[in-house]
Write a protein that binds this ligand. Structure first.
Ligand SMILES: Cc1cc2nc3c(=O)[nH]c(=O)nc-3n(C[C@H](O)[C@H](O)[C@H](O)COP(=O)(O)O)c2cc1C
Length: 338
């Protein structure tokens, strides 16, 4: 029997597949099905900085207005249960998820700037979260923002969250940083235990008839995995924190590639929306079959075997790869295609 155990954020996991943050985990029934199908851990859907900041601001404003006159305040004091709806519902859901399954549950906070809202990480920990995944989606849309400013903002945010909790914190990162290895070492210095590679950028689409800009969400394609594999393979062995691969993991081959690149876990969201939660079980069976056929004793022994530090020719990951790839597409092929 193949040993499937893996590690991520210091948590011992019983397999390589973690369910990434998605609305599928808003249902306790789905969470049970994920565990039954073989998920090693689940990242819950996110709570957003904007939601949390708005709730606490509205509550503060209404409470201070309420002190002016008790009688008057009765008219406009908010129904406190409404204000705590989002936060309280999330925490209650987290508690119920913890009761429903034995596998680790990671809570997800989604934000960009340091602020009072990060205290909510502590509430998530109190409610039983085994770890916090911090999704840091920030875009530089102002020409005065430098790359250094963006990185500093991120580091301050991560430091604020890691100092608010004792449970491990992983950072779901954007791919758009000039020097990822350097940034990741600094994330480690401010207390992050892992990084999830990468956050997907959701670009809005343009409707040229109505002249509107519309949000669009497409499920991922396996081709998106290559970018993640490339960076995991470069980082593995050079940074101490754990790597999770998220984006384009659909099949057993994708899971194996993620671990071979150096990932501790492979995360899935789109594949479960497309094929259903039970897809996890089918993928795990295929991973097992592949390893057994090649007489591996454990999945873990494959970890990092295709990383930059393990392969004889590192040019595959560097500038050499760029030149080779372009020159491999010969003029003859181009002519034949037309
Ligand atoms: C419908 C949907 C909702 C998502 N919501 C969140 C979210 O709330 N927070 C988050 O960090 N990621 C969210 N994601 C991103 C996924 O967690 C994942 O990182 C991304 O989809 C790439 O993985 P995939 O290729 O397995 O889909 C969402 C993805 C989908 C498809």
């Amino acid at each position: 029997m193949i040993d499937f155990s893996t590690q991520y954020l210091g948590l011992k996991l019983n397999g390589p597949i973690v369910v990434s943050s998605t609305p599928l985990s808003e249902s306790i029934d789905n969470i049970r099905r994920m565990e039954d199908a073989g998920a090693a851990a689940i990242v819950l859907h996110s709570l957003f900085e904007e939601q949390l900041a708005l709730e606490s601001k509205a509550l503060d404003e209404d409470l201070s207005r309420g002190t002016e006159s008790f009688a008057e305040s009765l008219g406009y004091l908010p129904d406190l249960s409404d204000y705590h709806m989002t936060q309280e519902v999330y925490l209650e859901h987290l508690r119920r998820a913890k009761e429903a399954v034995k596998i680790p549950i990671l809570a997800s906070l989604n934000g960009a700037t340091k602020g009072g809202w990060v205290r909510f990480a502590g509430d998530m920990e109190q409610a039983g979260a085994d770890a916090i995944e911090l999704n840091t989606y920030a875009l530089a849309t102002d020409k005065s923002q430098t790359s250094a400013d963006m990185e500093q903002q991120l580091l301050e945010l991560v430091a604020a969250v890691t100092s608010a909790v004792k449970v491990p914190v992983s950072v779901k990162l954007s791919q758009s940083f000039t020097s990822l290895p350097n940034l990741i070492v600094r994330l480690e210095e401010v207390g992050a235990r892992g990084v999830a590679l990468f956050n997907r950028f959701y670009q809005p689409d343009f409707d040229i008839e109505t002249l509107e800009v519309r949000p669009t969400l497409h499920f991922s394609k396996p081709s998106e995995l290559l970018l993640r594999l490339h960076w995991a393979a470069i980082l593995y062995g050079h940074v101490n924190l754990d790597l999770a691969i998220t984006g384009g993991v659909h099949s057993a081959e994708d899971v194996l590639k993620s671990i071979m690149a150096g990932g501790g876990v492979a995360m899935m969201a789109s594949a479960l929306h497309i094929h259903g939660i039970e897809h996890i079980g089918r993928v795990l069976a295929d991973v097992r079959y592949w390893l057994e056929k090649r007489e591996y004793a454990s999945l873990w022994e494959t970890r990092g075997c295709l990383s930059r530090r393990s392969v004889p020719d590192t040019s595959a990951f560097d500038r050499g790869n760029y030149i080779k790839t372009l020159s491999s597409y010969s003029l003859r092929q181009t002519v034949a295609a037309f």
